[in-house]
Design a binder for this molecule. Structure first.
Ligand code: PLP
Length: 449
């Protein structure tokens, strides 16, 4: 397993490389955005798919008898979650699954709760289906806390009782930020949603990538209430880098939810996998674990490298520092400037928040945004104006394609999402470019290239 190997993805129809121009306006960027990895999938998956290709037989296929037992075994052994085979169904993609669930269980105008900053389709899918998005923004904790965000349960109770909320979409672990929600948080979430009759769609696509000795806790496993109100969506696609194969599944323990929903999936043939999906998933779950462990160890090293680099290259010692507002955003004075000058301090222009799971790192770039804005002062200060300057620096100066934080909804402006599922050499080059561009910007217009 050579995770250092540079794999050329251009002209392979990969979204990450082949839609750079469409999404960023230029194609000369190092792609560190879309959440798939630049590693070749494990050999066991390639062999399983090769066997199908070589057979020359691509007619209609059944679901192999072993398929659901293999998923059940994986969930039991890797996530400590005992499920019954009948709770499982194939589903052709997690985002599609969210769409099916919303269409089946909720109506137009119903409130759907999402907790931003969060994976953009959590907002696009309800909005595009004429549901009302009801935000329960995460609370940004301080750097001294053990994790960067917490759920706002007081606000959740308020919206649950006031708005016509029918469902909540949970990202567990949370994208962005890689937060592995703890048992206490998930239990409280389940209690509230149970009380207000809110269906929880638990997107657990990042579940099998716990980092630094952590463990994933499936939402439905925390209590009987959680089990009764939830539909969990999982997949081997992120973990084994096979998103293009599309091999997701749903887990619905509660019969009253499961039977009608699974009947509807079946009559519409939405529960029919392609032969590549079943063969690929089974190979991943039965033979891919060693690859997964090595991949996670590689990702951990990449994360530590990013942290170290950012500390070394983006820390600034100042006589005066800028204080953050209560929501973690830089406070704007009445004159609309991001200030609040206080005693001497050090700041980090780009601060990676250490993920507890998965290969995406949420970079807190708010201090960088402040410096860029102070240099330019082209518009009155706002998180969005600041985000534009940050994004421009990443794309047009450093030539890097990362996800713009503002696309993750409220609380996302001022952040960038970095994918570290790539060879270290690529990351080194990306961060080197970033440091060079930040330094040039700091030195003023005459030094910019
Ligand atoms: C939280 C989350 N859910 C779902 C997906 C996409 O899943 P799928 O490709 O199965 O639709 C992603 C991909 O980035 C994700 O991060």
């Amino acid at each position: 397993m050579d995770f250092d190997k540079i794999v050329e993805r251009h002209d392979t129809d990969a979204v990450k490389t082949d839609s750079l121009k469409k999404n960023f306006g230029r194609s000369d960027l190092i792609p560190l955005w879309v959440a798939d990895m630049d590693f070749e999938s494990p050999r066991c998956i390639r062999e399983a798919l090769q066997e199908v290709v070589d057979s020359g037989l691509y007619g209609y296929n059944v679901i192999p008898e072993d398929y659901f037992p293999v998923i059940k075994k994986w969930l039991g052994e890797e996530q400590g979650w005992t499920v019954e085979e009948q709770w499982l169904s194939f589903i052709p993609g997690v985002v599609k699954g969210i769409g099916y669930i919303l269409n089946f269980f909720t109506g137009k105008g119903d409130g759907i709760i999402v907790q931003p900053p969060v994976y953009p389709p959590f907002m696009n899918v309800p909005a595009g289906n004429d549901r009302k998005i009801v935000f329960n923004p995460l609370i940004r904790l301080s750097d001294s806390d053990s994790r960067p965000y917490a759920m706002d349960f007081e606000h959740l109770k308020k919206i649950a009782s006031e708005e016509n909320c029918r469902a909540l979409i949970l990202s567990n672990p949370h994208n962005p930020g890689g937060i592995a929600w703890d048992r206490e948080t998930l239990t409280e979430l389940a209690d509230i949603c149970y009380k207000y009759n809110i269906l929880v769609i638990a997107d657990e696509i990042h579940a099998d990538m716990p980092l630094f000795g952590g463990r994933h806790i499936p939402f439905a496993s925390v209590s009987r209430q959680a089990e009764k109100i939830s539909i969990t969506l999982g997949a081997p696609s992120k973990t084994f880098n096979m998103a293009g194969i599309v091999s997701s599944y749903a887990v619905v323990p509660e019969k009253e939810l499961r039977e009608p929903f699974y009947r509807w999936l079946a009559v519409n043939e939405l529960n029919s996998p392609t032969i590549m999906a079943t063969r690929g998933a089974m190979a991943a779950y039965t033979k891919g674990n060693e690859w997964r462990r090595e991949m996670l160890a590689y990702i951990e090293k990449n994360i530590l490298f990013v942290e170290e680099f950012c500390k070394r290259h983006f820390t600034r010692f100042t006589e005066a520092s800028h204080k953050s507002g209560p929501d973690g955003n830089i406070e704007a004075e009445p004159g609309n400037t991001p200030t609040g000058i206080k005693g001497g301090n050090s700041i980090q222009l780009i601060k990676p928040l250490r993920p507890q799971a998965s290969f995406i790192v949420w970079l807190d770039c708010r201090e960088l945004g402040r410096v860029l804005w102070e240099n330019k002062r082209t518009a009155s200060w706002s998180p969005e104006a600041s985000q534009q300057l940050i994004t421009d620096l990443f794309i047009n100066k450093a030539r890097l394609a990362l996800n713009d934080g503002s696309t993750f909804g409220p609380g996302g402006a001022g952040y960038m999402r970095l994918n570290v599922g790539t060879p270290k050499q690529v990351l080194e080059e990306a961060l080197r470019r970033l440091a060079y561009s930040v330094n040039s910007e700091e030195q003023g217009p005459e030094n910019r290239h």
